[in-house]
Design a protein around this ligand. Structure first.
Ligand code: ATP
Ligand code: MG
Length: 425
């Protein structure tokens, strides 16, 4: 089943506003087996609108348009669809009454403009809008169902859910889409893709085929798996074996098969082991502490964190010897380890982490270039320190440093075998 989405509103043709409604609608449609084949953003112009409504009528099973159902002169969706379908607009007294009552509840008279929202293309069914004045519209043509919804996301989304439940799912039959997100870190996008390539082919040849998409940001790769199958075939179960295929190839570089992020995974490990953590952060400026404490319940294992940006702070707050900073430099494995041990000793936690590096854009040298970050982690008797070289701007270097620190902790907490496994590859 093919769908076309139309986002209506001139503001989305400026740099000031992005269309997000179609992302929500696409996700919901995919779940019931519709494929979005085209998305259009169109301004508040009657001719442009009519043209964009007309074209997909020849191929789409479904058109979903959002926006332009308001009361003002530039809200032209009703007029445009009436023109394209060559039907008149009728004033619907019941809708008018409902809009009037809505204003009355707020103690103000209805502005005359709002009469526009009670104009209904002949033959259209009304879709209730519990969160606003403009009702949505459902129109059937020979081949295409047309859904018109208001622009504000908080009005649009619940209305679309109701449409799916009452009308669209029946048309879509029993087909459902299951999804899994597998996340890994420590490999580049191209390495990941190369290793996963043989699987893609095998998955494509299955019935039903499994679809895989790779989404990469620096420091994090997500493999999105999807399969479409009748409800009776249990599409969610069909993905289990694909996830197992990935685990066999990627092993411990995979940190989550259920969409959890790295801070949640590491937090769970700390909680399960009943151990606590303290952090000493220089170039990440507290980002690691922030991410760890984004997780509900993190007070169970996060003890403290210090941001020790200057050399003096590292000396005062962590007891890093001034001579060590002088000899090795503030960005060095020695200092990272002294930071980790310093904070761990002061906090009396099981785990200590030290991060020091050069986030850029200034401050780099040939020997210590921008993006070089030293990370040390101490977990009880186990000590590890590594120097990373990250690419990207300041924000990306900080993110990757926090990500790598979390991943070091994860591998240390997993134990020796998993760590070796990950490092061998
Ligand atoms: P209203 O009665 O609020 O005027 P409307 O149906 O006329 O409803 P618009 O005027 O087109 O809708 O949009 C109202 C607001 O909804 C916009 O200012 C914008 O904030 C938001 N909006 C509209 N379309 C989208 C979209 N595609 N993605 C995200 N937000 C949107
Ligand atoms: Mg409007």
């Amino acid at each position: 089943l093919k769908a076309c989405l139309i986002a209506i509103g001139s503001e989305m043709l400026t740099p000031l506003r992005a269309d997000t409604n179609t992302l929500i609608v696409t996700a919901r449609l995919n779940d019931i087996g519709y494929h979005v084949r085209l998305k259009v953003i169109v301004g508040d112009d009657i001719d442009d609108l009519a043209r964009q409504f007309d074209a997909p009528l020849s191929w789409a099973d479904l058109i979903v348009a959002t926006g332009g159902l308001g009361p003002t002169e530039d809200d032209l969706t009703r007029e445009a669809i009436a023109r394209v379908l060559r039907v008149p607009l009728d004033l619907d007294e019941q809708v008018l009454e409902r809009i009037r009552a809505r204003f009355a509840r707020r103690g103000i008279p209805m502005p005359d403009n709002n009469r526009r929202q009670a104009m209904v293309p002949r033959g259209a069914a009304l879709l209730d809008n519990p969160n606003g004045t403009a009702p949505g519209l459902w129109i059937e043509t020979a081949r295409t169902a047309i859904v018109l919804l208001p622009g504000p996301p908080r009005e649009m989304a619940p209305m679309f859910d109701a449409v799916i439940r009452h009308r669209l799912a029946q048309r879509a039959g029993s087909v459902r889409v299951a999804r899994r997100v597998v996340k890994l870190t420590g490999l580049s996008e191209s390495e990941t893709d190369a290793k996963a390539q043989p699987l893609y082919g095998r998955w494509r040849d299955r019935t039903p085929p499994i679809d895989a998409t790779i989404l990469a940001t620096m420091g994090q790769i997500e493999l999105h798996l999807a399969v479409q199958a009748p409800q009776s075939a249990e599409p969610a179960r069909l993905l289990e074996s694909a996830v197992a295929d990935l685990q066999e190839i990627f092993g411990a570089t995979i940190y989550s098969v259920d969409d959890r992020n790295l801070e949640t995974v590491v937090g769970q490990m700390l909680r399960d082991r009943g151990i606590t953590i303290a952090l000493a952060e220089s170039c990440t400026g507290g980002l690691l502490a922030s991410r760890l404490t984004d997780v509900p319940g993190s007070s169970g294992y996060v003890d403290r964190a210090v941001v020790c940006y200057s050399n003096q702070a590292k000396i005062d707050l962590l007891g890093v010897p001034a001579a060590l900073i002088g000899a090795s430099g503030a960005v060095s494995e020695d200092v990272a380890m002294a930071m980790a041990k310093g904070i761990r000793g002061r906090a009396g936690t099981n785990v200590g982490v030290g991060i020091t590096g050069i986030a850029g854009p200034g401050g780099g040298s040939a020997e210590k270039p921008v993006g070089m970050v030293c990370i040390a982690a101490v977990v009880d008797q186990d000590e590890r320190v590594r120097t990373f070289q990250f690419l990207g701007g300041r924000e990306l270097v900080k993110f990757q440093a926090a990500q790598s620190a979390l991943n070091m902790l994860r591998l240390m907490l997993l134990g020796e075998s998993a760590r070796e496994w990950a490092e061998r590859r």
